[in-house]
Design a protein around this ligand. Structure first.
Ligand SMILES: NC(=O)c1ccc[n+]([C@@H]2O[C@H](COP(=O)([O-])OP(=O)(O)OC[C@H]3O[C@@H](n4cnc5c(N)ncnc54)[C@H](O)[C@@H]3O)[C@@H](O)[C@H]2O)c1
Length: 254
């Protein structure tokens, strides 16, 4: 439970990648603040997220969805409207971390997979969400970028390029739809302890190296990203549009 209160009662949030990590923390945070939550994910552990929300008295559903599949993403938005009758906010968070290699060693398969999940998945999601928000008269979109949308690290070229693309796409949506009541923003997390990064967090060598360059002295908890996601979806952020908000414990300030 976060310390900040938002009133999302009667509202519906769509979250992709809600099975684990930042997505799960955001789903439960939305539900704690009164929202009904639809989760799209390829991982059946999304059912656990649904169970956590229902046990706490909230409402949530899971529709198995591969964000690489445009038709499936369209069906996810349609399913949200069918189940809950509305959709007010969307958190496009599903993503993968490509293998870390120098640019000249990246394979075509690795590149294609990252483009499909980390870029096209967000693009398809936004297309379907925006079509609905245009009909509904507005809505809020938050995409998960990364500090990799702002800076580069060695052997992270593909991830970095995809997250820069997500940030750019978000700005483009803000510019195109501001007059129609649609806001689009990004969160740009630094290092968050989730299944995606567990192998790094478990490595003493990596942790020692990382904290030489990171002033916070710790990794973020997924809930610390969820708080900003909720804020960006709320009326408290009504004039925030096209922004990429860094949540990195000061990593990029250093
Ligand atoms: N953990 C970090 O340090 C960190 C930092 C910056 C950005 N991010 C971003 O945060 C987002 C969430 O990552 P996380 O750290 O919570 O990791 P995670 O692995 O726990 O979550 C990623 C989620 O995306 C889902 N997913 C993957 N491919 C999918 C597909 N094709 N269709 C639908 N769902 C799919 C996974 O099943 C999982 O639920 C990602 O976009 C990631 O790039 C993470």
């Amino acid at each position: 439970m976060s310390n900040v209160q938002y009133d999302f009662s009667g509202k519906v949030a769509l979250v992709t990648g809600g099975a684990t990590g930042i997505g799960r923390a955001s789903c439960t945070a939305f539900a704690e603040q009164g929202a009904k939550v639809m989760i799209g994910d390829i991982d059946e552990r999304a059912e656990e997220t649904v169970a956590i929300i229902r046990q706490a008295g909230g409402e949530a559903e899971f529709l198995p969805t591969d964000v690489r599949d445009k038709a499936a993403v369209d069906a996810l938005v349609a399913g949200t409207l069918e189940r809950f009758g509305r959709m007010d906010m969307a958190f496009n968070n599903a993503g993968i971390l490509p293998p870390q290699r120098p640019i000249h060693e990246v394979t075509d398969e690795e590149l294609d997979l990252a483009i499909d999940v980390d870029f096209k998945g967000v693009f398809y999601s936004m297309q379907a969400e925006i079509r609905h928000f245009l009909e509904a008269g507005g809505g809020a979109i938050v995409n998960t970028a990364s500090v990799g949308a702002l800076i580069a690290d060695p052997n992270m070229s593909v991830y970095c390029a995809m997250k820069h693309a997500v940030s750019g796409l978000t700005k483009a949506a803000a510019v195109e739809y501001a007059q129609q009541g649609i806001r689009a923003n990004c969160v740009a997390p630094g290092f968050v302890r989730t299944p995606m990064t567990q192998h790094w967090a478990d490595s003493k060598d990596f942790t020692d190296m990382f904290f030489q360059h990171n002033i916070s002295g710790r990794y973020a908890h997924p809930e610390e990203i969820a708080g900003t996601v909720l804020h960006l979806c709320s009326d408290a952020a009504s004039f925030v549009n096209g922004a990429t908000w860094t949540i990195d414990g000061g990593q990029t300030a250093h």
